[in-house]
Ligand binder design. Sequence first.
Ligand code: HEC
Ligand code: HEC
Length: 428
Amino acid sequence: MKNVGRDVCRRAARQSVWAPAGAVIMFLVVALSAPVVAGGQNDGLDVELGKALFKRLWVPAPSSTLANDGLGPLFNARSCAQCHTAAGGGRIAIDSDGRLEDRGAVVRLSQSTGEGDANYGAQLQTRAIQGHRAEASVNLDWKRSNAVLGDGSSIELRQPEIILNGLAFGPLAPETHATLMLAPSLEVSAQIARVDLDALDAADKSQNGDAKNGRLSRDAAGHVQVFGRKATEATIESAISLAFSRDLGLSTKAHLQPAGDCSTKQTACQSAIHGAAPGEAEMSEEIVAAMAAYLRSFHGPSHQDVANGDGSRLFETSGCGQCHQPELPGRDHTSVKLFSDLRLHDMGDGLAGLTEATSQSATEWRTAPLIGAGRRLRAGATLLHDGRARSVSEAILWHGGAAEAARERFKALSLADRAALEHYVLNR
Ligand code: HEC
Ligand code: HEC
């Protein structure tokens, strides 16, 4: 990636003429004057570039020049940073009218085949560039219920009810299911990127398809996929490309369709001006690589090894570690603390939601890594794929399917033991 720095800088600097974003420009001035060096030292430059691009507010393609911007026509946010905040997890923010703000959560659309909605595609874009209509706005309501525990105490649970207003392209197909999806912590993604996927692959093959421990997600060519809450992406680069396309409407080599997630029925969107020549991507491979270098540079959430014999014992005896595996093999003979096996598990109807081409079961989810869960909660984020759980206990009480036995063991614990287990999870 010899000339990446200069290349990205030149392009981004050109954009900055009509997209003044102070901090980015300041950085670019510095970066442009730095010599481009080969090998390892260039990685530092990539990280800095990736950081600037992560925060950059992208803008629509101008009508006259082909610069490599090209936000939209439909999008959910103007920058990655709007959804993925520093402390990691996305937050569900609702304004005073009950409307979901475009920060940290999106509404995904799917049919039982794993395809998106015929009119709206795989995600509802709540914003559009000038001259185009956003697909809808989203209101959230919470359906509340109570779970009664073994000692007679009860805990209030809530579950999102999605209300779509102002659907601009007609109703959703009757079979389309809408699922709220919370942006995950990218500090956790950086840890996932350190896992040795060949080792996971080999361990999986030696298990001979024992379905008891869920399944490893694979693409059509058999490559192991670990990114995404449904484990649909094999590498951090492919997850980034998908984000550019789906969340920002910016095409990449892996997602070349210039209009992002807009469907063939959305003709104005299809024929809008794009930020690249036909067949070319708005975001170069170098931009995706710089972003990946930045995300890989994140440190894992700092782990407080609080002495908690009871908590770790209860974690094991309740069967949590079966899926929330404390460590996975890392590259170069390291180990990676995640508290996840990165496999898909049937979590029961209570958590049913999205289907994907590689996981047509609505109840299957990738084991959520528990590292940093306490920090995310303290920063105002919530848990589970749609952010419904406000505490570790709530999250466990939603476990069903293959995790039902673990949930029942948790419900049978004494108040003190539940607190010890919760404390243990909060400090991973
Ligand atoms: C509108 C909100 C939003 C924006 C903007 C957004 N994301 Fe995300 N991101 C999400 C959500 C929601 C998911 C979970 C999707 C899933 O699992 O299928 C996600 C998932 C990811 C993942 C996979 C994480 C993992 O550990 O599995 C990565 C990596 C990622 N985003 C990076 C980015 C980058 C880079 C950008 C900017 C180019 C970006 N995102 C912009 C909401 C957003
Ligand atoms: C059969 C596998 C399995 C078992 C057993 C299991 N979990 Fe989970 N856990 C999952 C999956 C999959 C998710 C993600 C579900 C979702 O996002 O909707 C999850 C999510 C969570 C979360 C939410 C984390 C976050 O960041 O969103 C917590 C907390 C949690 N589990 C704790 C536990 C504890 C404690 C136990 C033991 C009592 C346990 N789990 C047992 C598979 C399992």
